[in-house]
Structures are given as C-alpha cells and as structure tokens.
Design a protein around this ligand. Structure first.
Ligand SMILES: CC(C)(COP(=O)(O)OP(=O)(O)OC[C@H]1O[C@@H](n2cnc3c(N)ncnc32)[C@H](O)[C@@H]1OP(=O)(O)O)[C@@H](O)C(=O)NCCC(=O)NCCS
Length: 148
C-alpha cells in the first residue's frame, strides 16, 4: 500500500469508471482530496485505491474500489484493513462512510471490519437514485467497536 500520486490518476480513473455507475469526474480527484489516499499494487499493476477525509478524531471514507478484474481475491480486505489500522495507530477512533443500499458486496466487507448501520439517507445518490446506508465503526479504549 502506498500514497496515491498524480501519476497514478489515469489508472485510478480507469478503475473508477468501471467500478461505479456514478463515477467521480476527474475534477473530483483534486490535490486536496488526494492528500489522504492510498493505492494497492499487485504485480506492479494498480489494483485499487481508497480515499478518506480526516476531521478531528474522525476518518470518513470517501471512495474505495478494486479493479473489477481483480475482485474476490482479498485485495479489498487488505486495503481496508491496512488503512483502518494505520488510522488507528495515528489516533483516529471513529470511522464513517456512505454506501448504496443495494451494494451487498461492500456492505458485507464493511460489516466484516466492524462497521454497523447507523442510519439511512433517503435518496442520497443519483444515477440511479438510491438511499445511502450510513455506516460507522467507533473504537472504545480497548480498541473494540461499540454501537453508540
Ligand atoms: C467492495 C469491493 C471494494 C470489494 O473488493 P474485493 O477485493 O472484491 O473484496 P474481498 O475479496 O476482500 O472480499 C471480502 C469480502 O467482501 C464480501 N464481498 C466481496 N465481494 C462480494 C460480492 N460480489 N458479493 C457478496 N459479498 C462480497 C465478502 O464477504 C468477501 O469475503 P469472501 O470472499 O470471503 O466471501 C469491490 O467489490 C468494489 O470495488 N466494488 C465497487 C466499488 C464499491 O462498491 N466501493 C465501495 C463504495 S462504498
């Protein structure tokens, strides 16, 4: 896992357009947003990326995808768990994200990492319109998740 750099952007955009029905436009990958972004490479090929935002003790996952041709091989698990553990080590204790209600693959993956459903944002997404599930993982002093 390494920091996403400007030279990775073409490969990231290529995955982005294949991974999402409503991909981020190129302009969304601004230098500011890319301050907190990691890529995962496998055999020198960019396999996936994760982008997050930091506020106080909270980390919000903004974008996360694995190349469609490289899924179900544990790469998503690897990238998410490495990211969460790096953030935990840096003192972040609250992790949040939004996910499309129909995105069973991602929801299962997040649940396996201790995220829980905190609420529903009605019609949060466009193209197509869909509710978002707000998921969160909050660490206690012992490093475990709890549900408040
Ligand atoms: C979600 C995503 C990142 C998972 O990446 P991945 O590398 O395939 O994930 P892993 O191989 O580590 O899978 C881990 C677990 O996630 C769940 N999972 C992954 N893909 C799944 C699928 N198609 N259906 C059901 N569960 C799935 C399973 O529980 C899986 O464990 P298992 O393989 O032991 O059953 C990938 O599917 C993706 O890029 N999706 C499109 C972009 C996206 O939805 N991003 C999240 C936005 S919130």
């Amino acid at each position: 896992m390494q920091q996403l750099s400007q030279s990775d952007l073409p490969a990231v955009l290529e995955i982005e357009t294949r991974a999402f029905c409503d991909p981020w436009p190129e302009a969304a990958f601004s230098a500011d947003i890319l301050q907190h972004a990691w890529i995962l490479e496998v055999d020198d090929q960019l396999c996936g990326y994760i982008i997050y935002h930091l506020v106080l003790d909270e980390a919000i996952i903004l974008n996360f995808a694995i190349d469609p041709d490289m899924r179900r091989q544990g790469h998503g698990t690897h990238l998410l768990s490495r990211t969460l553990s790096e953030l935990e080590q840096s003192g972040y204790t609250r992790f949040y994200l939004d996910v499309r209600r129909s995105n069973r693959a991602a929801i299962q993956l997040y649940e396996k990492h201790g995220f829980m459903c905190l609420g529903i944002r009605k019609s949060y997404y466009n193209d197509p319109e869909e509710d978002a599930i707000l998921m969160g993982k909050i660490l206690t002093n012992q490093g475990n998740s709890h549900d408040s």
